[in-house]
Design a protein around this ligand. Structure first.
Ligand code: 13P
Ligand code: SF4
Length: 303
């Protein structure tokens, strides 16, 4: 820990020297969350960074998140400490596949979850987050919607709207680990607890939940609900922020398996190294950036 403290001090010094900010997704390791200027959900972090006058953004998250930061802040240098940290689900959809899908369903609108590459966003009609997905879909004039890449979120959506949701076969392996048995066991131990899960969980888990929402939504719900104990269905990393924001409440993570290896691939050593060298830098070709920004801006206009 003295080593970690030393590295953290050095990170603070480098941040000032380079006019850099560190963004930490809620799933990051606690020692990374400690040095982050903003800790937040996948898209919110890029919006927060956009408001600052930093020259450099070090994004402790996965590749598509760093791309979103670059899309919103093209004049800032965006660094992803571990270049291999990509979201496997985002990589389950590419532009060629999307073009094929559009050919099969020419009347459908394409809604791309933020967990997609910048190139896929550029070929979508509009983006959405785990928090606004239903509102986005309801705001569209089309009756048919191609929703990608998460099949579980497509199922969830399909249960909430009269529109036809054409699903994509993508999934988050992390959230898919959670089983009915895990949740039932936790409920047996804490019968008064509320169950709150991320919409990337399987359909049968979502149906057991009192509340279905993204990472920031889970933190907000824990604050607003009268319950004292919550059974939480998302990546283990969210525990750090939940405990910090709501120290008077209890959080039960019903499975030890919900760890995203790609999120955890960023380490405090790599954050330090990347600040020092200002690499690896994330680039988005301007044509793709502008088209992807259009899809994100359209989402932000949905009331
Ligand atoms: P949030 O947008 O809810 O932070 O989710 C990000 C993510 O990768 C979920 O697995
Ligand atoms: Fe992707 Fe799932 Fe990891 Fe989020 S938790 S980055 S959706 S694999």
């Amino acid at each position: 820990t003295t080593d970690i403290k030393k590295i953290q001090q050095e990170i603070h010094r480098l941040k000032e020297e380079k006019n850099a900010i560190i963004l930490g997704h809620y799933y990051q390791r606690p020692e990374i969350q400690e040095v982050a200027d903003f800790v937040g959900d996948s898209f919110g972090l890029s919006q927060q960074a956009q408001q600052t006058d930093a020259d450099v953004i070090v994004f402790c998250g996965v590749h598509f998140m760093a791309e979103s930061a670059k899309i919103l802040s093209p004049d800032k240098k965006v660094i992803l400490p571990e270049p291999e940290a990509g979201c496997p689900m985002a990589d389950m959809a590419n532009v060629e596949q999307l073009k094929e899908m559009k050919k099969k369903h020419p009347k459908a609108a394409v809604v791309a979850y933020v967990n997609t590459t910048a190139a896929v966003k550029a070929h979508a009609d509009i983006c959405c987050t785990s928090a606004n997905v239903l509102k986005v879909v309801q705001s569209l004039p089309q009756q048919e919607i191609i929703y990608l890449p998460d099949k579980n979120m497509g199922d969830y959506l399909s249960n909430q709207t009269d529109k036809t949701i054409i699903r994509w076969p993508g999934y988050c392996y992390t959230h898919n680990w959670l089983t009915i048995e895990d949740v039932e066991n936790a409920k047996a131990e804490c019968p008064d607890a509320k169950v709150v899960v991320h919409p990337e969980c399987a359909d049968e888990i979502v149906k057991m939940a009192d509340k279905v929402t993204g990472t920031s939504g889970i933190i907000k719900y824990a604050g607003e609900s009268d319950a004292k104990t919550f059974i939480v269905g998302t990546e283990q990393g969210l525990e750090t922020a939940l405990k910090k924001e709501h120290p008077e409440k209890n959080f039960v993570f019903p499975s030890k398996k919900l760890i995203c290896a790609q999120m955890k691939a960023n380490t405090i050593e790599k954050v330090h190294e990347s600040l020092n060298t200002l690499t690896p830098e994330i680039h988005v070709p301007e044509e793709i950036r502008v088209a992807a920004k259009k899809s994100l801006d359209k989402m932000l206009q949905v009331k």
